[in-house]
Ligand binder design. Structure first.
Ligand code: 4NP
Length: 154
């Protein structure tokens, strides 16, 4: 299975989601990557606040580099998880057909099914926002890993 995590800048939320999920699925045959809908931070390392919270939890994301989401990602990935409704709109606006659209999901619907909750953009805020983001990503990826392990993914 190939999974893509998507946010706006690909420096705060989605690299952390990528790192956390990679950490949890080392025993499974899953490929994980992340991307941003915007090009502002292409080639850049994750935000130091995301690197720091990851490191505090034993997850090193410092080697990841920002890249922009591309239409070809619909072909490369089975599942495309977005962090918020703006990411959802941006990614869906690039979808070519219903098959593309069916791959795109809000990540927190894994931990809070049907609630359509966002992982809020922590970029303008303080460190506590990154702690909250980590907790949300941790819960959602726990639920996702269970589904993958059980083969109950749909
Ligand atoms: P991310 O956070 O989408 O979680 O990576 C952001 C990073 C940068 C910007 C916005 C959000 N920005 O406007 O530069």
């Amino acid at each position: 299975m190939k999974i893509l995590m998507v946010c706006l800048g690909n420096i705060c939320r989605s690299p952390l989601a990528e790192g956390i999920l990679k950490h949890k699925v080392e025993h499974l045959n899953v490929e994980i990557d992340s991307a941003g809908t915007a090009s502002y931070h292409v080639g850049e390392a994750p935000d130091v606040r995301s690197i720091r919270i990851g490191r505090a939890k034993g997850i090193n994301i410092s080697d990841l580099r920002g890249r922009q989401f591309a239409v070809s990602d619909f072909d490369r990935f089975d599942l495309i998880y977005v962090m918020d409704h703006s990411n959802l709109q941006n990614v869906l606006s690039l979808a070519r057909d219903t098959r593309d659209r069916s791959k795109v999901k809000l990540l927190l619907n894994e931990s809070s099914p049907g609630k359509d909750l966002p992982v809020p953009d922590p970029y303008q805020g303080g460190e506590e926002g990154f702690e909250k983001v980590f907790q949300m990503l941790d819960e959602a990826t726990d639920a996702l890993v269970k589904k993958i392990e059980n083969g109950t993914y749909r």
